[in-house]
Ligand binder design. Structure first.
Ligand SMILES: Cc1cc2nc3c(=O)[nH]c(=O)nc-3n(C[C@H](O)[C@H](O)[C@H](O)COP(=O)(O)OP(=O)(O)OC[C@H]3O[C@@H](n4cnc5c(N)ncnc54)[C@H](O)[C@@H]3O)c2cc1C
Length: 494
């Protein structure tokens, strides 16, 4: 009897734990299925650029399935209803899927599992989205980790070499199903108009990016290049890890293959500075571990999804006290018109492409919360509506880190100075000039603070402040004092 494989955040054929199990257990009689879930598509944080990426990935998945004798079944509606109906029509004996850990996904899965079981369908779920899940890594006292470094140590001490599985199987022909059930809609058919120029989806593209990252030497040089937004120094795999067009095990195995020493090894995790090759893979693996760290945080502390992880900061006052001013400042931040070039360049990169470099994500998040004094949830939500890799756990973790309200967060008194960040991480202004063409002719000495250009230089650069580019909307030093005062007040209980 066939087994339904329910694709969710695992839009690939290779190294897909539940799919491999379904192929094995049903001897190839798998019904590969995706549900366009109305609850998600109508959700408040849905981003057209993500929908586009997902649909491209579904098309690539269907291509791969056809090469193995099958097709992708695409249902639309509530998965609980649609999957029960599919099981009844096809006579499927079981439904397999890979687990997801966000509070919303867990609620949905509980409902779907109950519906299928009461219809007599066996359900099995698998670990796939992460290397360590749920309670697999706990402190000596059995508590979840809330600090990254010990979590990472535990992760590394438990990891073993991984051999990702290929999709070696072929699938049996599907039962007779109406042709319409294989239709993968265009974004417009679902009511979305994507205006961002997002990256290409699909499993082949994910593997191409991973191999390019390794073969170009960017992986080996990661630790020295990853912090510079003007340099192509990172993998760009985040949307693929988000939608599972690549697995964390495939990434990890490739990183490991660049290391010259045997692994796992009993060793300190701070390699010699001279060994850049080794450092690159180590640093990249560390980022993959951050992804899992935030996923287990949201799993163990679901309140963090909407509230401060650290509830002591619930009393921090956000905003200027003038709603219209806050609204105008927020709009300037969203649109990249704050007068701080590194912030504006980053927001324009996000708005245009659906992706932003990690360094500038930290800078703009710090700016929103510590310079504009606005609630991190506003920024988190804006990111979710624009990011092609928008992921509830990493996004929430990143925002709460920047706002100092999170687990193992940036301490509240360490506040990014946007100009110094800009000078340090975009020293030649390449990133700024790429995304802010109005600053293209601004001399390097003024690129990080164009408002300091004398009027004559402004005229020569074709960039008159207030006309072609805004003056800073807030004064960093003043705002820093104010946010420090607010956090200190909480600390002292006044
Ligand atoms: C405010 C803020 C919001 C963020 N929102 C998201 C988000 O919605 N989705 C998302 O995937 N990442 C998010 N990040 C983390 C990080 O910025 C991106 O994962 C990274 O920039 C993606 O680029 P890359 O694939 O080239 O990463 P690489 O540097 O090549 O890293 C490899 C992978 O590791 C993971 N990773 C890297 N850095 C982090 C990190 N700090 N936290 C968690 N995982 C990480 C990602 O899956 C990434 O693809 C956020 C960070 C901040 C500061």
């Amino acid at each position: 009897m066939p087994i339904i494989h329910w694709f969710r955040r695992d839009l690939r054929l290779a190294d897909n734990t539940a799919l491999n199990a379904a192929a094995r257990d049903s001897e190839g009689a798998v019904i590969p299925t995706f549900v366009l879930d109305d609850n998600l598509l109508k959700g408040r944080d849905v981003a057209p650029v993500r929908v586009q990426f997902m649909l491209e990935s579904l098309r690539a998945l269907d291509d791969g399935l056809r090469q193995r004798g099958a097709r992708l079944v695409v249902l639309r509606g509530d998965p609980a209803t649609e999957l029960v109906r599919l099981a009844q029509v096809t006579g499927a004996s079981a439904l397999y899927f890979n687990r997801d850990y966000t509070p919303a996904a867990r609620r949905r899965d509980k409902r779907v599992v109950a519906a299928l079981q009461s219809a007599g369908v066996r359900v099995e779920s698998f670990k796939d989205l992460v290397i360590f899940e749920e309670d697999e890594l706990l402190t000596a006292s059995g508590q979840p980790y809330t600090v990254f470094t010990p979590y990472k140590k535990a992760w590394l001490s438990r990891i073993t070499p991984i051999q990702p599985e290929r999709a070696e199987w072929r699938l049996a022909p599907l039962p007779d199903l109406p042709a319409a059930i294989f239709h993968i809609p265009a974004a417009a058919e679902l009511g979305f108009t994507n205006t961002q120029d997002g990256p290409q989806g699909g499993e082949p593209e994910a593997m191409r990016l991973l191999m390019q990252f390794k073969d170009s030497g960017a992986l080996q040089a990661y630790s020295t290049r990853r912090d510079f937004p003007g340099v192509e120094g990172t993998s760009r795999l985040s949307p693929h890890l988000r939608f599972g067009t690549i697995s964390p095990r495939q990434c990890y195995a490739v990183a490991l293959s660049t290391l010259s020493y045997a692994f796992p090894a009993k060793r300190s995790f701070s390699p010699a500075a001279s060994d850049v090759k080794k450092e690159g893979a180590d640093a990249w693996i560390s980022e993959l571990i951050w992804r899992e760290f935030y996923m287990q945080i949201l799993y163990h502390f679901p309140h963090a999804e909407r509230a401060n992880f650290n509830r002591a900061y619930d009393v921090v006052r956000w905003g200027s006290g003038d709603a219209a001013l806050d609204e105008a400042r927020f709009a300037a931040w969203c649109e990249g018109r704050t007068g701080y070039p590194i912030v504006d360049a980053a927001m324009r990169q996000l708005n245009r492409t659906g992706w932003m470099h990690n360094r500038t994500r930290m800078i703009v998040a710090s700016f929103l919360t510590k310079d504009l004094l606005l609630d991190w949830r506003l920024g988190e939500r804006y990111f979710m509506r624009k990011l092609v890799d928008g992921d509830p756990a990493s996004n929430n973790g990143g925002w709460q880190w920047a706002a100092s309200t999170g687990t193992d967060a940036q301490p509240y008194f360490r506040i990014f100075n946007p100009k110094l960040q800009s000078e340090r991480f975009d020293p030649d202004g390449a990133y700024i000039k790429r995304w802010l063409p109005e600053l293209a002719r601004v001399p390097l000495e003024y690129i990080h603070a164009p408002a300091s250009m004398p009027p004559l230089v402004q005229a020569q650069a074709g960039c008159v402040i207030g006309r072609d580019y805004p003056a800073p909307i807030v004064d960093h030093a003043t705002q820093k004092e104010e946010i420090l005062r607010r956090f200190k007040a909480v600390k002292s209980g006044s």
